[in-house]
Ligand binder design. Structure first.
Ligand SMILES: NC(=O)c1ccc[n+]([C@@H]2O[C@H](COP(=O)([O-])OP(=O)(O)OC[C@H]3O[C@@H](n4cnc5c(N)ncnc54)[C@H](O)[C@@H]3O)[C@@H](O)[C@H]2O)c1
Length: 355
């Protein structure tokens, strides 16, 4: 104890750092830990997982490690921010736990598995005066930043049609027996775990949707998951125009595409590639496209790949917000809206009882 306190005091004297703890040290929790360590104004002061340090591969000489979250939050009072990186179905209980100890939160996507549960978190955060940061790191990719500017500046004119295609592979290499992935209770569904980033991009660029229709199926995941693997969802934007989201995890062997096409009154754009990482088409009135900086590579989990590695931006935004130098780029209400939109889409799925 004494040695940790002395080390901690010596470091805080040197400069003001924002002190983080990570809860859930699996794939993405480790990425959070790495990004916190890389940020010169962030400090990783503790980590927790229900599994032993050995099992998760954490070197306990570099960070205080706990297997009980209450114990960590009690014994390390200097924690300012708790990064919730546990399975989806635990985000809300773990967020509420962090707020009980008056910590700011960084909550991995999705914020929860129901709008009502996310509201509980927002309500509690308001009561204790703490921030809840969402993790929607795809917004930081250069093509997303560029698209946002094209839409908000009005360069594309009125939005007529938007199409999002997410054609991914998730097979038995990803869904392992006994894991939380694939379960209704802890995973929640393909839209929550794989494609909430794309629902977020849709909402962030074009606002809320209505008039949702959908077709859903389960082509090759009947023995792997408790939910659908594919959907074709159509809707109207409340601001005008219509769109569709086609998604699947049934692609053979590897991810095929993540793309977004926009047809506006003044031009068309398509952002594509495997991970929405390239501007493939830009044909817009009185506008010449100039090359964007390269997008960070996708998170690589061995046999399968995920969304872009942009978690460093999230940590930087938390530091800037807490040190009063900026405002949150992904707030809890946006996190709640993504969950609420997915919940409405899944209501359509459940009405159809495909299985
Ligand atoms: N932003 C992104 O691009 C991105 C990418 C991957 C995963 N995620 C999200 O991150 C979360 C974790 O995903 P993952 O792939 O790292 O999963 P994972 O299974 O690799 O890690 C989850 C960890 O949580 C631990 N855990 C489970 N229950 C716990 C409890 N009650 N207390 C403490 N620890 C507990 C597990 O032991 C495990 O180490 C999910 O919500 C997922 O949707 C986000």
């Amino acid at each position: 104890m004494g040695q940790w306190n002395a080390l901690h005091e010596a470091m805080t004297e040197a400069k003001r750092t924002v002190k983080f703890a990570v809860l859930g040290c699996g794939h993405i929790g480790k990425r959070h830990m790495e990004m916190i360590r890389r940020d010169p104004e962030a400090e990783l002061v503790a980590a927790c997982d229900m599994r032993s340090a050995e099992e998760v591969g954490i070197d306990t000489s570099t960070v205080r490690y706990f297997t009980d979250v209450d114990e960590m939050l009690r014994e390390v009072p200097e924690i300012e921010v708790l990064n919730v990186c546990t399975p989806n179905g635990l985000h809300v209980p773990h967020s509420l736990k962090g707020l009980e100890y008056r910590k700011h939160l960084v909550c991995e996507k999705p914020m929860g598995l129901s709008k009502a549960a996310c509201e509980e978190v927002i309500h509690k955060a308001l009561q204790v005066g703490r921030h809840v940061f969402g993790v929607m790191q795809n917004r930081y990719s250069p093509p997303s930043v560029w698209l946002k500017d094209m839409v908000v500046s009005g360069r594309l004119g009125d939005i007529f049609m938007v199409q999002v295609n997410c054609y991914w592979n998730r097979d038995e290499r990803y869904y392992k027996k006994g894991n939380w992935k694939g379960t209704n209770e802890l995973d929640g569904g393909t839209l929550f775990t794989q494609f909430s980033h794309f629902v977020d991009i849709l909402y962030w660029l074009f606002g809320d949707i209505t008039d949702i229709q959908g077709k859903f199926d389960d082509f090759n995941h009947k023995d792997l998951t408790e939910f659908e693997d594919s959907g074709m969802v159509s809707f109207r934007f409340k601001r005008g125009g219509m769109g569709c989201l086609n998604y699947t995890t049934s692609v053979w062997d590897r991810n095929l595409e993540s793309s977004l096409t926009v047809i506006g009154s003044k031009g068309s754009v398509k952002v594509g590639g495997q991970y929405m990482d390239k501007v493939e088409v830009c044909h817009v009135k009185d506008y010449t496209f100039t090359e964007l900086p390269p997008t960070n590579p996708a998170n690589d989990y061995g046999a399968y790949k995920g969304s872009a590695q942009n978690h460093d931006h999230i940590i930087r935004n938390v530091v800037d917000t807490i040190l009063d130098r900026g405002s949150m780029t992904t707030n809890a209400l946006e996190g709640l809206k993504v969950v609420e939109i997915i919940e409405r889409i899944y209501r359509k799925r459940d009405e159809q009882l495909v299985r």
